[in-house]
Ligand binder design. Sequence first.
Ligand code: 5RP
Length: 267
Amino acid sequence: MDWGIKNRLARIIKPETGHTVMLAVDHGYFLGPTSRLEEPHKTIAPLLPHADAVMLTRGILRAEVSPHTQTAIVLRVSGGSSIVGENLANEGITTSMEDAVRLNVAGVALSIFVGTKYEHQTLLNLAHLVDKGEEYGIPVLAVTAVGKELEKRDATYLALCCRIAAEIGARFVKTYYCENFEKVVKGCPVPIVIAGGPKLATEADALEIAHNAIQEGAVGVDMGRNIWQSDHPVAMIKAIRAIVHENASIKEALDILNGLKADKVKA
Ligand code: 5RP
């Protein structure tokens, strides 16, 4: 592997543990000012020191994140559709590789929509992005997006998506945790991170997903709403870190979370 790609990947997936905590705050690119991400800097700033990488668009990066940050940047470079538009899957590439280089990113991310009307288009987007990424030494993260069709999130479908992304040349893949997740990991020759999805009923549910994904072979999480829509986002990301980097059990992570909540109440 090219030195630049290896170095950038090592800024995201930490060589010390082989794992990563990515903070996803790119939701506005199709959802607009999502709840608790209305003023991105207020959400992002306290969480950034606890994330190995942050995933976001160039607009939010430039306007809302300090250029002094030491957290790796994974730039969302696909889009072109919105939640009120005709079809969320109808994405193109929205940011050039040259701009990604100017922004000193560690990686770029793009969604693929396998099994939709826009499968071909989004897979060719990925192929084009990988060609450009390899030229500049920037790893590409393929996101196996499911749009509104969440019922498709089973191991057979996600294994298909992840494998196709890896075959086209994605250096790492983001998908959903699911039952029989080992099947997804087994069929994918590049590292996998998991999204959290919409906010779950309890924080314990989100910690459980992160824990199970790591135990079953994910290298980390690229989590958004289950962190920053929590009433205790910093405590939540710290608990997730313990699972991802320190092999904490669900109970240990919950103890960390509850301990930090209690400290906040006392302060
Ligand atoms: C949207 C994305 C989001 O970054 C992803 O869904 C992660 O955030 P969350 O944990 O809130 O689902 O890639 O396509």
